[in-house]
Design a protein around this ligand. Structure first.
Ligand SMILES: *[C@@H]1O[C@H](CO)[C@@H](O)[C@H](O)[C@H]1NC(C)=O
Ligand SMILES: *[C@@H]1O[C@H](CO)[C@@H](O)[C@H](O)[C@H]1NC(C)=O
Ligand SMILES: *[C@@H]1O[C@H](CO)[C@@H](O)[C@H](O)[C@H]1NC(C)=O
Length: 251
């Protein structure tokens, strides 16, 4: 009888020990005690306003690096010490507040690889103001975006997962078998996609796509016959552009 009780005691202690370990792993290591975040989506589809306008703010070459530590280039020597990436952030915030765009398009060199050791951190800070604004946005890459810790494919897939982002890595494949496996169309580059803007609410075009925005990856650097140069838009991308725009014209 005595030994039976001791056995149960051990059994209980053993279970408590395992539970404590699992609890520790769960709260401290795996989830870091933070709730899981889910991407925030804007209200879709994109639409013209009642007054028939659709305002796009285009932002190119933010060249965001490491924030305060990345000094501005091409400013007066007297401004140098007081100018950093934070000025870019403030400028973007102000433009969004003043212009109240319906959509923001970032067209490359969003971050500046050589000035950062953590591409994800730079992207989060560069796109911070637009994510806070809740305005739908999309981005493509320049030649400097991938010059740190992420490839072009990783960058586009990260950007597509950010709050209110409508960016896509590439158009989905039309082949049913490939769609099931979530495959992309075989097309050069990363960041080729189209977005449709619908007519104003309540108008006779409310259920039709009236403006199509096409985003194309203009590529990285390339070497042609021994000469270092920039990339360009390839035939596979043009073929996709033609077929997608034809499809949209028919619809
Ligand atoms: C950058 O921001 C700082 C702090 O507000 C300001 O003093 C400085 O003039 C700005 N630099 C430029 C070039 O706008
Ligand atoms: C658009 O679709 C909605 C919902 O299906 C419908 O109520 C509305 O009449 C349609 N508007 C037009 C202009 O076709
Ligand atoms: C892109 O274009 C295709 C037509 O090729 C269309 O079916 C699709 O809905 C468009 N994508 C978006 C996000 O508007």
């Amino acid at each position: 009888m005595e030994s039976q009780t001791v056995k149960w005691k051990h059994y209980f202690l053993y279970l408590a020990f395992i539970y404590a370990i699992l609890y520790f792993l769960h709260t401290n290591l795996l989830l870091n005690n933070r709730p899981i975040r889910i991407k925030k989506w804007p209200h879709l589809p994109l639409r013209f306003r009642h007054d028939g306008t659709f305002k796009i703010l285009q932002v190119a070459d933010m060249h965001f690096g490491s924030g305060l530590l990345s000094r501005c280039r091409d400013v007066l020597p007297s401004h140098f010490h007081y100018c950093s990436d934070l000025n870019t952030t403030r400028f973007l915030k102000t433009m969004i507040q003043l212009e109240k765009p319906d959509f923001v398009a970032f067209t490359g060199d969003n971050i500046f690889g050589p000035s950062t050791t953590d591409a994800a951190e730079s992207l989060l800070r560069a796109f911070g103001p637009v994510m806070e604004s809740g305005i739908p946005w999309a981005a493509v890459l320049g030649n400097h975006d991938q010059e740190s810790s992420m490839t072009r494919e990783e960058l586009m897939s990260f950007i597509s997962l950010m709050d209110y982002s409508l960016s896509q890595t590439n158009p989905p494949s039309k082949d049913i078998n490939n769609v099931k496996r979530g495959m992309f169309l075989d097309i050069d580059g990363f960041g080729n996609y189209n977005l449709s803007v619908y007519g104003a609410p309540g108008s006779h075009l409310a259920n039709s796509s009236v403006l199509n925005l096409f985003f194309l990856d203009s590529g990285d650097r390339e070497t042609v016959q021994g000469v270092r140069t920039y990339g360009w838009i390839k035939e596979s991308q043009l073929n996709w552009l033609r077929s997608a725009s034809q499809e949209l014209q028919v619809a």
